[in-house]
Ligand binder design. Structure first.
Ligand SMILES: Cc1cccc(C(=O)NCC2(NC(=O)c3cccc4nocc34)CCCC2)c1
Length: 258
């Protein structure tokens, strides 16, 4: 287009609770992406694709057992409507059986040109035939029991929207890049330089007030590495550390022993 602006990424949601998505369209970085026209978010409610008086979207499970299962037809018709809007898209069902969503997945979704149709389940889940007919991939945000897939869809929207070019300011995204290469974050401090509650005085680490940017960069990297090694050693598996990172981590561990 004349402004050189990229076409907005379209994210469609199929959900019984569209109002929940105000959380990502009205607040935070993802809402800025929407306001800037870089991302468009739209909801389709399966209940609007029912044809019975009671707008039935669920029914009892074959084989017995507790709870209800979402019917194929309203879900499928809602997905078809969402796909008509989303165009070239990937249909994703958020579910505990899905592949674990992580930063690498967020980066690949943000980089891919395809739009997304995110389907959130409720009740005990959806009729498996809907998944076979309409779903390209299943994704999970973690191993715990939730009441619906909507929070999973919002996690994906937030994580992906931040990575879409133009959404974050250059400084923030540069900051983000330095650490999302698989490390935990370093500690953060702000004023006052010495916090006191009357009983104790808690200063900010001197290095951060030193103004020595190279020393600060090294300290923050060492903290990120050390905290990752202590709290999430799994993130360091299979990660090749640079010479500098290895030295910083060794020093961190030695200081810990001291
Ligand atoms: C470990 C386990 C085993 C069995 C059921 C459940 C469970 O929570 N079932 C309920 C539903 N859970 C999710 O949708 C859901 C849950 C977790 C992460 C997710 N990431 O995306 C969507 C997610 C499925 C249909 C309605 C909600 C969880």
């Amino acid at each position: 287009s004349e402004s050189g602006a990229k076409k907005p990424r379209r994210i469609a949601l199929v959900t019984l609770f569209p109002e929940m998505f105000d959380a990502v369209t009205q607040f935070g970085v993802s809402s800025r992406a929407v306001k800037q026209g870089l991302v468009e978010v739209r909801c389709w409610n399966p209940r609007e694709f029912t044809s019975d008086r009671h707008q039935t979207v669920d029914a009892r499970p074959y084989g017995g057992g507790p709870g209800m299962v979402m019917l194929v037809q309203p879900l499928r018709d809602a997905v078809q409507a969402a796909k008509a809007w989303a165009g070239e898209c990937e249909v994703i069902y958020l579910s505990p059986q899905g592949r674990r969503f992580d930063q690498a997945a967020a980066q690949s979704f943000a980089a891919a040109p395809r739009n997304l149709v995110l389907v959130a389940g409720r009740y005990e889940g959806v009729d498996e035939r809907f998944i076979d007919l309409e779903v390209d991939s299943e994704w999970s945000i973690g191993d715990y029991v939730l009441s619906g897939g909507e929070l999973g869809a919002m996690v994906m929207i937030d994580a992906i929207a931040r990575l879409i070019p133009g959404v974050l300011g250059h400084r923030q995204s540069a900051e983000q890049d330095s650490f999302t290469d698989g490390l935990l974050d370093c500690p953060h401090f702000t004023r006052p330089e010495v916090y006191t509650d009357g009983a104790q005085e808690l200063p900010v680490p001197a290095v951060l007030a030193s103004g020595d940017h190279e020393r600060i960069r090294r300290w923050r990297l060492q903290q990120a590495l050390g905290r990752t090694a202590l709290r999430r050693p799994d993130l360091l598996q299979g990660k090749t550390l640079t010479e500098e990172q290895q030295r910083l981590l060794t020093d961190f561990r030695r200081d810990l022993e001291a």
